[in-house]
Ligand binder design. Structure first.
Ligand SMILES: Cc1cc2nc3c(=O)[nH]c(=O)nc-3n(C[C@H](O)[C@H](O)[C@H](O)COP(=O)(O)OP(=O)(O)OC[C@H]3O[C@@H](n4cnc5c(N)ncnc54)[C@H](O)[C@@H]3O)c2cc1C
Length: 497
């Protein structure tokens, strides 16, 4: 019977795990142990819509306070400067897994040449706006957005929420773990303290102190599908002329890709590259050429894409980078963290706090499918890019292992962007779903057998819908103005009680 939980680590993963456990199962005693000298990783600033949904709708965190403390900006999707089109927008709504009324074919069949303004968020992204306007001129803030949040502000905000939810926070470095019948009996801190618990959540980041080191769980490396393993990170204070975009930009580089994350006062860029193909110095030079405003001293972050086959072993559950990490394209980590927290809480509750081996097995199976599905989704981004002709991109086209997606690729090549492709995607659902795969296939103009020759009547319907989106977007509200609205003392968040 679980009564006491220790969460090792207070990065965004550890704090979200502690907060979720305590808010959803208040009778649990939850203690975070963290080493302030090690600090947190300090990257991880883009999210998917599941993240705000987890914070506000599931955990009941008040939007008003969260916006005040964490100062997020909105992310409607990702603008890809990628592939033969040069650019396309992936919104968090539905452009392609959809068929407009009056059309005989799904939307994707109409996007061979022009792929713009297909849904409202994509049109807003193209117009440099965040939301459409309500009749009273206020922003119409819909659920299809995610956030950009500076990592330290998120961590501070989550820490405040955790303390207020009566999560205990203990400073100390874990120096060793004592094995026991259930897995781990206690952790030992460097100052000699011994801390026992019934359940240990390992959120120690890439160190994976409990799952990886103490329990020596095998790691599944995604190196055959995802070749990048480092990022050079830097940014600058936003100037007056630099508008805040409501999307992340992902643009191809010679040996990887570069993100642009839009904070209110800061522009954060990071070049994710493959260290087999380019040195750190060359990567920094290329990064600087593209971003002359970044400071001289680069920060290089190393990572490996992959996950531990089981993230729940005995009485240890790893959540966050300690469980696995798949490179930052599509910003999936916080989504995985929130998903793991929810599955854990639901399973603990349904097991009456006495989880069974089959419950742990199922947790691990669910997570395994999710990790592999994300691996394949990201691998597809790399393999489909036919535009860049450097050794790195040639390698991506020739060597990316997408064996799990052969069914999808075959179906698509023979039949085009149909909703039936859904049945050829292995794994579970997440924020991407079929939509994500179709956007990559259509966005990259992946050839398929027969183009649909739409009759004039259907083309009229198609273009009218796109124009409607574009017109509303043009009159829309940008990030700066929308922030002013939500910061006004009279602003009421729908959903905050
Ligand atoms: C280049 C890069 C870009 C990324 N971009 C994104 C993104 O856009 N979106 C996204 O969702 N994610 C992104 N991520 C992932 C991001 O790192 C995680 O989402 C997030 O920050 C979770 O980190 P964490 O809490 O698991 O680890 P950390 O922040 O590293 O926290 C680890 C914690 O464990 C503690 N700790 C470690 N060892 C010990 C010990 N022995 N004793 C006591 N305490 C210990 C540390 O003090 C710290 O509190 C990115 C990652 C990388 C590498």
């Amino acid at each position: 019977m679980i009564e006491k939980v220790i969460v090792l680590g207070s990065g965004s993963a550890g704090l979200l795990a502690a907060l979720t456990l305590k808010r959803k199962i208040p009778k649990l005693e939850v203690e975070i142990v963290r080493d302030p000298d090690l600090g947190v990783i300090g990257v991880g600033e883009g999210t998917t819509p599941f993240f705000p949904h987890h914070l506000f709708d599931y955990l009941g965190i008040k939007r008003k306070r969260f916006y005040q403390m964490a100062e997020p900006t909105w992310k409607l999707g990702i603008r890809f400067l990628w592939g033969t089109r040069g650019a396309f927008d992936y919104s968090f709504s539905q452009q392609l897994d959809k068929q407009f009324a009056g059309l005989k074919m799904p939307n994707g069949f109409f996007c061979d040449d022009e792929f713009t303004d297909v849904d409202q968020p994509a049109a807003l992204m193209r117009a440099g706006k965040a939301f459409t306007r309500l009749a009273n001129q206020a922003p119409d803030i819909q659920g299809w957005h995610a956030f950009h949040i500076e990592n330290h502000k998120l961590v501070e905000t989550l820490e405040t929420e955790a303390r207020e939810s009566r999560v205990k926070i203990t400073d100390g470095k874990m120096a060793g773990a004592e094995r026991g019948e259930a897995g781990i009996a206690a952790i030992h801190l460097a100052d000699g303290r011994r801390l026992e618990a019934d359940l240990f959540v390992d959120s120690s980041g890439f160190a994976s102190e409990l799952l990886g080191k103490a329990l020596e769980e095998p790691f599944e490396d995604f190196g055959k599908t995802l070749f990048c393993d480092r990022a050079v990170v830097g940014g600058w204070q936003r100037g007056d002329q630099e508008s805040i975009m409501a999307y992340t930009t992902a643009e191809t580089m010679d040996s990887g890709w570069c993100w642009k994350i839009e904070h209110e006062h800061f522009i954060n860029r990071g070049y994710v590259y493959c260290s087999d193909m380019i040195s750190d110095e060359q990567a920094f030079e290329e990064f600087r050429r593209k971003n002359p405003k970044v400071p001289d001293a680069p920060r290089i972050v190393r990572f490996r894409s992959g996950f531990y086959r089981r993230s729940w072993v005995g009485n240890v559950v790893a959540i966050g980078n300690s469980a696995g990490f798949v490179e930052p394209l599509e910003a999936t980590a916080l989504m995985m963290v929130c998903g793991a927290c929810r599955t854990l809480v639901d399973m603990l509750q349904q097991a009456l706090l006495d989880p069974t081996p089959s419950c742990r097995d199922l947790f691990n199976e669910i997570k395994l499918k999710e990790w592999r599905m994300i691996r394949d989704f990201l691998g597809l981004h790399y393999q489909l890019n036919n535009a860049d002709d450097t050794p790195f991109w040639r390698r991506c086209r020739e060597e990316t292992d997408l064996s799990e997606l052969q069914g999808l690729l075959e179906y698509y090549t023979e039949n085009g962007p149909s909703g039936f492709c859904r049945n050829r995607i292995p794994g579970t659902t997440n924020d991407f779903g079929l939509e994500g795969f179709l956007v990559m296939l259509v966005g990259n103009q992946t050839p398929y057998r027969k183009r649909y020759q739409a009759p004039a009547q259907e083309l009229r319907v198609w273009n009218e819908r796109r124009s409607l989106h574009a017109n509303l977007a043009r009159k829309g509200i940008d990030v700066k103005e929308a922030l002013a609205f939500v910061r006004h003392p009279g602003w009421q968040w729908h959903g905050d009680s």
